[in-house]
Design a protein around this ligand. Sequence first.
Ligand code: MSP
Length: 645
Amino acid sequence: MTERFYITTPIYYVNDVPHIGHAYTTIAADVSARYHRLKGEEVYFLTGTDEHGQKVQEAAVKRGVTPQQHVDELHVRFKELWQRFDISNSDFIRTTEDHHKKVVRTILQDLYDRGEIYQDTYEGWYCTPCERFFTEKDLKEGNCPDCGRKVEQIKETNYFFKMSQHQDWLIDHINTNPTFVRPESRKNEILGFLKKPLNDLCISRPKARLSWGIPLPFDDQYVTYVWFDALINYISIHGQVPQIKSSGYWPASHHLIGKDILTTHSVYWSTMLKAIGLELPKNIFAHGWWTVNGQKMSKSLFNVVEPNKLIDQFGVDVIRYFLLREVPFGLDGDFSHKALIGRINSDLANNLGNLLNRTLNMIKKYYDGVIPEPGENGPEDEPLKAKIKTVTSEVDRLFDELAFNKILMQIWGFLDSANTYINDTAPWNLAKSDEGKKRLSTVLYNAAEAIRIASVLLQPFMPSSCDKMRGQLGISTSVEQDGLASIQNWGALKAGTQTETGDQLFPRIEEKEAKKIMEEAEKDAIGEDTAVNVDPIAEQVTIEDFMKLDFRTGVILEAEKIKKSKKLIKLKVDIGIEQRQVVAGIAEAYEAEQLIGRTIVLVANLKPAKLMGIESQGMVLAGSDPDKIVLAGFDQELPKGSRVK
Ligand code: MSP
C-alpha cells in the first residue's frame, strides 16, 4: 500500500490577525506535505481555524454581530493568506462545522458513558483571557502562569475528564518514543511538567457564563471547553472514531505546533486519545517563536509583521524561503528586514539566481538558447554528480527530522558545487577554441541539469519559482508530475530543448533600495506613521476647565447613514439616564450596521447643533489621522452612562 503521510498545523484563533508566526507553521507544514507528495506518498495536510470560546463571543458582542457571523467573516483572512502563500492544504477545518461538532459530541458522550468524565464542584483560579483553570500552586506570583495576567477566584460546578490517571503511562510513552515530542529540549520540558501530579481536566463551561461553544451532549447547561473541542479537529476531519481508524491517516505523522501550546498537545491531547481508544500521533514538533527586531510581536508595539505586506514587497517564495532558512526549526528566531535582504542578496540572487542566469545566458550565446548534447567528459563532472547523491539522501533524512534549515543548507551546498563547477571549467574560455567546444557542451548541459535537479529539491520550498526555473529551461512537465524519482539519475534533461531567458527570478536588492526598505520598516515598527500627523498640543487648560466637560459611556442602539452625506451617520445612543440622537462624521470608516451594540464615549454636555438639518445632541469621541478614523472604546465592559475622565 502507498505510504500515507498526515501533517497538521494548529487551528488558529479566528480572532487573530494572521501574522508571520502563523505563516511560519503553515509554510513548514506545506513544505513537508509537498515533499512527501513528491515521494509518491498519499498526503493529507490539515489546517483551519479555532472558532469557539469566550474571546470570540466577546468580540462578536463588541461588533454587534452574532458569533457565527463574526467567525464566518473572520476565518476568511486565514484562508486567503494561505492561498497567497501557495499553501497546498487538503482541507481547512472550522470548529463550527457540523461534522466536527458531531464528532466532539459523540466522543464526549462515549467518555461520559464509560465514566471517564464526571461532575464536580471546582474551587480555584481562572484566567479569563486564557480560558484556563489553575490551582494555587500553578500561579506565578499570584497571576496566570501562561499570560501573567490577573486571575479570578471562582467556585463552579463543572465536568472533568479523568486526566490524572494517565500520568504514568504517558511518562513512559514519552521516554520510550524519543521522537514523540521534539525537539529534545521540549521533550525534557514536558517530562519536567509531568513530575508534578497531573490534575483532572475541566472540560466544560457553564452556559450562563459562556454560550459560544459545543453543548455537552449529556448536559445542555454547559458547553465544551474550547481546547477539548479544538484538539479533536485533528481526527474529526476523518469522521467518527471507526472511520478515523480505517482512514489510513491516523496516527498523524506530525502535529506542528508552537512551543506555547506544547502542554495542551502532548498532555491533554495524548490522554484524550488514549481514553478515546486511538493511537498517539507519531510526532509532536514544537517550533520556536519569532520576535521582530528583538521584540515580542505585539499589536500595541505596531511591530506585528504583516505577511501580506511582505508578500507584496518581496514575493511569496522569498518569504517562504527566508522563514525556513533563517532559523533552525525548534529555536526562537528574530525577524528583521535587514536579515531578509541579506538572504535575498546572498542566497537567492548571488547563488541560485547567478547559477540560473549565467547558465541560460551562455546557452543562449553559444547554442542559440538550445540545450546542447553533452560532448567530452572531464574530471570536474563526477564530483558534481556524486554530490547530488549525498545531498538527496541527506535531504530525505533531514525531512524526517523537520530540519528545514539544514535541508536548505544541503541544497545550497549543491548549488555552490554547481557554481564552482562553472568557475573551474570556465566555459567562456572553452568557447574560444574548437577543442574547447567539445567540452563546452558538456559543461553547459551539466549546469542546466544541476538546475533541473535543484528545481525538484527546492520545489516544496519555492513552488512557483521552481515552475518558472523549469519554464526557463524549457521543461514542459511540472515537478509534481515528475516526482522525486526524476532526480535519481543524472541526465534526464533533454538535449535539444529550447530555453528562454525570461525575467531575472531573484534580482539583487541594491544598497539604496535596501536602505529605503529598512527605513520604512523602522518607521512602521515604532508606529511613526501614525504619529507624524499629530497636531501641535493645544493651549493648556485647568482641571476645572476640563471637568466642565461631561464624557459618558453610551451604547449605540441605532445607526443610519445620512443619505445625502458621505461622512455622516445618525446614531441613537443610550447613555443610561437617557437616549440621545447624535450625528457623527464616521461614515467613511464604519458601516452603520457594524456600529450597533458598540460602547462609545459621548461628550454629553455639548450644546446641541444641527448637521445637515439634523440635531446632534452630543459628540462621539474618535481618534483620526488622514487615512482613518477610529472610535474611542474600552478594553473592558462598563455600565452605560459611566463618567469618563
Ligand atoms: N487555537 C489554538 C491552537 C489550537 S490547536 C488544536 C492557538 N491558536 S493561536 O492562533 O493563538 O496560535 C497558533 C499558533 O501560532 C501557535 O502554534 C503559536 O505558537 C503560533 N504563534 C503565535 N505567535 C507566534 C510567533 N510570534 N512566532 C511563532 N509562532 C507563533 O493557540
